[in-house]
Write a protein that binds this ligand. Structure first.
Ligand code: MEV
Length: 443
């Protein structure tokens, strides 16, 4: 093995050359890494080219399970929801929650806002009074100066909603921010917002340079950066379920609807009290959210960052969902800031994302916000229902058992027998190994 682990011009190598170099530098001599990675290349070159176009230095594709959760009724419309997730039980849990709520009226969603945010961060030495006084004129100058960039969006009903000057000089000398709100219709809007903000930066410099009231020494505005904010508390969606308590039915372990409702509400309350629990509680919500976000070609990092920032808005990290049990009613809901698109970006380029959106009936961005958030709520419902009744391991272990059996190359017959055998036993790698070892000789 050659020990030269650094390289220049790596990006210029072909994919095969990249693999050869990687294998030589980072793997054992007898490694089959190249063959394994090549097995995951798309058989159609043109399709592989599309995938390679999304990123840099690609050497293969990384497959993730693409599943569907049926029986979602959202605002009286039936959906089959595509989910990309590697964790077992998530799709099963979403499907179970969807089916549970189907005869109870399904899920309702309400868009509470659709405004996205962008920021121009700059330093100005001419003083707060002057910049505040000039801001109304600056605002008009900036908006007029980007009218070419906003024209199409304005035709579609979007554009710049407002601009605000924020004075941070008490925290950082001469630091101000222009915070804008934008309507981006069915697109997520990152490119639209960032292009506008960067142009704002140039326009602001020109404006200050040419303005009579600004002293010569203060004319050099320093633009620090121009970028959208992934925190979008005014791009907000609510998803909810509700029914009479007695309509909740009976639960595993003989738990009746009243005990269930009370335990469930307490579980949600605990996630409002304790950040340790809130983190796991919200992680379960994002199991559902991320999987639909991924399947539809949206940006799960942006959505995670926003959701967790919102969960901390009161100065303490809390549950994103709420439960109210009163006046004979069970109500469970989530409020979530969520910026997604159904046009532009990967949504139109990734062949699987396109299929996912078609599967969902080609939704608008607002509808997609509702679908994604509903799946998050469904996931949370399913997790809490298990946690306050049977515990989570029963369902998890069934899937875990399947994974272990497949990993151990069990036959269909062995899988069927193992399913039965482990119905009332603890699943572990060693327990499955000894089950197979014992049974293999008996079969
Ligand atoms: C596991 O991926 C998610 C859960 O831990 C969520 C929860 O505890 O609420 C089951």
């Amino acid at each position: 093995m050659n020990n030269n682990k650094t390289i220049s011009g790596f990006s210029k190598l072909t994919k095969s050359e990249k693999l050869t170099w990687i294998e030589a530098q980072f793997f054992d001599d007898n490694s089959s890494m190249s063959e394994v990675l090549k097995e995951y290349w798309h058989s159609v070159d043109a399709k592989q080219d599309v995938l390679d176009g999304f990123s840099e230095n690609t050497i293969s594709n990384f497959p993730m399970p693409y599943g569907v959760a049926p029986n979602f009724m959202i605002n009286d419309v039936h959906y089959l929801v595509p989910m990309v997730i590697e964790e077992s039980s998530v799709v099963a849990a979403a499907s179970a929650a969807a089916k549970y709520w189907l005869p109870r009226g399904g899920f309702k969603t309400e868009v509470l806002g659709t405004k996205k945010v962008g920021q121009l961060h700059f330093k100005f030495s001419g003083g707060s009074d002057l910049v505040h006084r000039l801001f109304p004129v600056i605002e008009t100058y900036l908006i007029d100066g980007v009218s070419d960039l906003t024209e199409n969006m304005r035709k579609r009903g979007g554009g710049i909603v407002n601009l605000e000057l924020i004075d941070f000089t008490s925290e950082e000398e001469n630091y101000y921010q222009i915070r804008g709100q934008f309507e981006t219709c069915d697109s997520m809007g990152a490119n639209f917002i960032n292009s506008i903000l960067e142009k704002f930066g140039h326009l602001l410099k020109t404006f200050i340079l040419n303005h009579d009231e600004v002293a010569e020494a203060d004319k050099d505005v320093q633009v620090i950066m121009a970028i959208l904010s992934n925190y979008t508390p005014d791009c907000m969606i609510r998803a909810s379920v509700s029914c009479k308590i007695e309509e909740l039915g009976m639960f595993a372990g003989g738990i009746d609807c009243y005990e269930f409702a009370e335990k469930f509400a307490t579980a949600v309350k605990i996630a409002h009290i304790d950040p340790y629990r809130a983190t796991t509680h919200n992680k379960g919500i994002f199991n559902g959210i991320d999987s639909v976000v991924l399947a539809t070609g949206n940006d799960f990092r942006a959505i995670e960052a926003c959701g967790h920032a919102y969960a901390s808005k009161d100065g303490k990290y809390k549950s994103l969902s709420y439960c109210d049990v009163s006046d004979g009613m069970f109500k469970f809901w989530i409020d979530l800031p969520l910026a997604v698109g159904t046009v532009g970006g990967l949504t139109n380029l990734h062949p699987m994302a396109k299929i996912s959106l078609e599967m969902l009936g080609s939704p608008s961005a607002e509808e997609l916000m509702g679908i994604i958030t509903t799946v998050g709520l469904a996931q949370n419902f399913a997790a809490l229902r298990s946690l306050v009744t049977t515990g989570i391991q029963q369902g998890h272990m069934k899937m875990h058992l399947q994974n272990i059996l497949i990993h151990m190359n069990a036959s269909q017959d062995q899988i069927a027998k193992a399913d039965k055998y482990f119905e009332d036993k603890t699943v572990s790698f060693s327990a499955v190994r000894s089950f197979l070892d014992k049974k293999i000789t008996n079969l």
